[in-house]
Design a protein around this ligand. Structure first.
Ligand code: HEC
Ligand code: HEC
Ligand code: HEC
Ligand code: HEC
Ligand code: HEC
Ligand code: HEC
Ligand code: HEC
Ligand code: HEC
Length: 495
């Protein structure tokens, strides 16, 4: 198997006879490949990266082997991309529960209730223990337990993995909330329009699989916040239930909350709070994520969002008169614990910080667009590998495809200034983070990125002036468009 891939790999590289290639092509021409050079240097042998051998010093003498097994993607561009088999857990209705992808069980037969428990007490003892602790395993007086077969079926050769549809049969109210809401909501998190747009299709399966854990659990399953098999509401009411997905670059809500007074009080005192109480009860001294975003058990988390803004990367003044009703709703939320004037002032401060942060993005873009128009970017879009549609576009303007790789340095910096930083300023101000909006992530960081963009622009212009004077015509280096990883991007395959 690995040999076949190796051969296919060499052949592909051979077919792309662009500039700047080293490696497998030379190997075919009788020269040593990069891997063989490195192997000789280190005194080890070159070989496939799935062999079990350890390749010391960064794996430089290893050849990439693609995954053995891939499932086709779905949606508009489904034929263009693939997933690792782990997708069946994240999109169970389309994969696990579909005969074409269902795994084969070694235990045939029909079983129910106690029979499942008997075997699984041995097979996965913790699953059974968690289920026994759940409301499903210890129903109230006169109620029937929700056994394993209610969610997984009785036929062990055709086991099912439950999506929201299964849970919704018994919890229709929560299902309605969970499936409600348009773009931006959990109901839309795995929508292929959304993820296809966001570099899903561009990249190899090994990379996009990671997107599924957040995006597909959020949409397709109910156990993102009350995890299996305890399905505890106590757990769901804590900010940690959201933090799994709502943390890190582009979605810093958890970190921002934890730095706020609310989060600090939570960290210091929550061990004394009774999380079995509904959030609407006056049991909580400081609000958690669900307290503010899932009031009265509302399962549409976007119910209170004023406008769809791509995580905060589109500009909207949330305090504008057209959003008066939503602003009043937020003020009411705060009012349980604060004066309405205090709440209004705080939310207005968020509006103003958001508007200001976009001035820095515009200042950066004005510089970058000039460079583009004058052909001064290094590399220019046509010098890069094609985008996933097979075109050469500038990633930051409407006909371009947003991406994190296969861009020039200045494009990437400008992307970060918007998507990582402007977005974080909004999230910080919305959540009362005190340190972050100034020093940490990100007003100072935004200043820094604007300087970096200017420094890069200045460098590009000075180089170009020098070259003009010397009569040099610079052609972009081949490594911008080709390389072991770069050649795997979908744009090349589409060409
Ligand atoms: C005779 C013993 C036995 C009984 C009875 C039994 N299981 Fe299993 N189950 C197993 C074993 C062994 C495995 C792991 C091997 C496999 O994949 O088949 C397994 C695997 C599973 C899995 C994981 C499937 C996967 O793809 O990894 C689920 C879910 C499951 N069983 C649910 C049930 C349910 C629901 C019942 C009752 C309807 C049940 N089991 C009854 C022995 C049993
Ligand atoms: C209320 C619904 C529900 C019940 C009842 C239930 N499960 Fe599950 N189970 C789930 C969900 C949800 C998943 C995750 C599905 C996915 O990954 O797509 C799951 C996954 C599993 C898995 C594989 C996941 C892993 O982490 O390895 C096993 C094994 C399993 N269940 C066994 C059981 C057994 C045994 C019982 C009975 C004691 C049981 N389940 C009862 C909802 C349920
Ligand atoms: C066959 C019906 C049925 C199915 C299917 C079902 N549930 Fe339940 N669920 C119940 C019942 C009954 C209760 C207990 C309600 C009560 O006693 O008031 C319950 C309680 C709950 C609770 C409240 C737990 C608590 O700590 O108070 C949660 C959360 C929950 N279920 C989530 C889920 C999820 C998630 C799924 C799908 C993976 C699911 N349920 C599937 C019937 C079901
Ligand atoms: C399994 C991952 C996951 C968990 C757990 C999760 N979310 Fe989300 N959430 C997402 C994803 C992904 C999106 C973006 C969906 C989209 O853009 O369509 C999102 C969107 C949102 C939005 C709307 C964002 C917008 O742009 O308008 C809010 C509000 C939200 N989540 C709140 C919460 C809260 C509160 C919790 C915990 C109680 C939570 N989420 C738990 C993944 C998750
Ligand atoms: C004190 C109430 C409160 C708490 C606690 C809170 N939020 Fe928020 N959240 C807000 C407000 C207010 C906004 C801004 C709403 C707006 O745009 O008008 C917001 C915005 C968001 C957004 C962006 C929504 C959008 O439409 O773009 C997400 C996602 C989010 N919060 C998730 C979380 C998560 C996750 C937690 C916990 C770690 C959390 N929030 C804790 C009040 C809260
Ligand atoms: C974004 C996180 C999140 C997701 C996803 C989620 N829940 Fe919940 N769920 C919660 C929170 C938080 C509560 C507690 C609300 C409260 O205290 O008012 C809750 C409460 C519940 C309850 C208990 C209601 C009661 O009145 O006791 C059930 C049942 C439930 N959820 C089922 C589901 C089902 C079914 C799904 C999928 C369709 C789902 N949940 C998805 C966070 C979530
Ligand atoms: C750690 C969990 C996590 C991972 C991993 C993750 N995302 Fe997200 N993503 C989120 C959350 C949460 C949001 C919503 C944040 C908000 O609205 O403020 C989001 C928002 C988005 C958005 C904007 C959604 C909108 O409606 O505007 C796109 C597009 C997106 N993600 C694509 C991806 C892709 C593609 C990957 C993999 C390369 C990925 N995400 C990986 C959690 C994640
Ligand atoms: C469940 C109660 C509760 C809710 C709801 C709540 N807060 Fe708070 N908040 C607190 C507590 C308690 C403190 C700490 C007060 C102190 O500093 O003594 C606090 C502190 C703050 C602080 C920092 C302290 C200061 O004096 O500047 C800000 C800002 C803040 N809250 C904003 C909000 C906003 C905005 C909302 C609504 C979106 C809100 N809070 C909702 C309980 C709450």
């Amino acid at each position: 198997m690995p040999r076949v891939f190796l051969l296919a790999g060499c052949l592909l590289v051979f077919l792309w006879s662009g500039a700047g290639q080293v490696g497998a092509q030379q190997h075919l021409q009788g020269k040593r490949s990069f891997q063989e050079e490195m192997a000789a240097l280190r005194g080890e042998k070159a070989g496939p990266d799935d062999s079990g051998d350890v390749y010391h010093g960064g794996g430089l003498s290893a050849y990439y082997t693609a995954p053995d097994k891939l499932f086709p993607g779905k949606g508009r561009y489904g034929q263009l991309f693939q997933f690792l088999p782990m997708v069946r857990w994240y999109d169970p209705d389309h994969y696990y529960n579909n005969p074409a992808f269902r795994p084969v069980s070694n235990v045939p037969g029909q079983y129910t209730g106690h029979e499942c428990i008997v075997c699984h007490t041995v097979e996965n003892p913790q699953v059974v223990a968690q289920w026994r602790r759940s409301r499903h395993g210890r129903p109230g007086e006169g109620k029937e337990a929700v056994g394993c077969e209610k969610c997984h079926g009785t036929d062990h050769e055709r086991l099912l993995m439950p999506s929201y549809n299964t849970c919704g049969e018994c919890h229709p109210q929560q299902l309605i909330g969970h499936r409600d809401g348009d773009r931006g909501s959990h109901a839309h998190a795995y929508h292929l329009d959304l993820v296809e747009d966001g570099c899903y299709v561009e990249k190899p399966a090994e990379e996009v699989s990671a997107c599924l854990t957040c995006h597909a659990i959020a949409e397709n399953r109910c156990d993102g916040c009350h995890t299996r098999h305890e399905f505890s509401v106590k757990e769901a009411r804590r900010p940690t239930s959201c933090g799994v997905c709502h943390s890190g670059p582009e979605q810093y809500e958890y970190e921002m909350y934890m730095q706020s007074y609310h989060g600090m009080i939570y960290q210091g005192e929550a061990h004394e709070w009774d999380f079995s109480q509904p959030l609407a009860n006056k049991n909580y001294k400081a609000p958690t994520c669900a307290y503010c975003h899932m009031q009265q058990g509302e399962h549409n988390v976007r119910r209170a969002s004023p406008a769809y803004t791509f995580m905060g990367t589109s500009l909207v003044d949330r305090g504008a008169p057209r959003y008066k009703e939503i602003r009043e709703w937020w003020v009411k939320t705060c009012q349980g614990c604060h004066s309405s004037r205090f709440a209004r002032d705080q939310l207005e401060a968020m509006d103003e910080a958001v508007k200001l942060s976009f001035t820095k993005y515009r200042e950066a873009m004005a510089i970058v667009v000039d460079l583009l128009n004058e052909g001064l970017l290094d590399p220019m879009p046509q010098d890069l590998a094609p985008d996933w549609r097979g075109h050469h576009t500038f990633s930051l303007l409407p006909d371009g495809h947003a991406r994190k790789y296969n861009v020039s340095e200045i494009e990437r910096l400008t992307y970060e200034l918007l998507v990582d930083i402007t977005d974080a300023i909004y999230k910080a101000k919305a959540h009362g983070a005190v340190y972050s909006p100034i020093y940490g992530y990100w007003e100072w960081a935004q200043d820094r990125w604007l300087i970096k963009i200017k420094a890069e622009a200045s460098r590009l212009r000075r180089f170009s002036d020098i070259e003009k004077r010397l009569g040099i015509t610079h052609e972009a280096y081949g490594f911008w468009s080709h390389g072991e990883y770069t050649d795997m991007l979908l744009g090349w395959r589409r060409k």
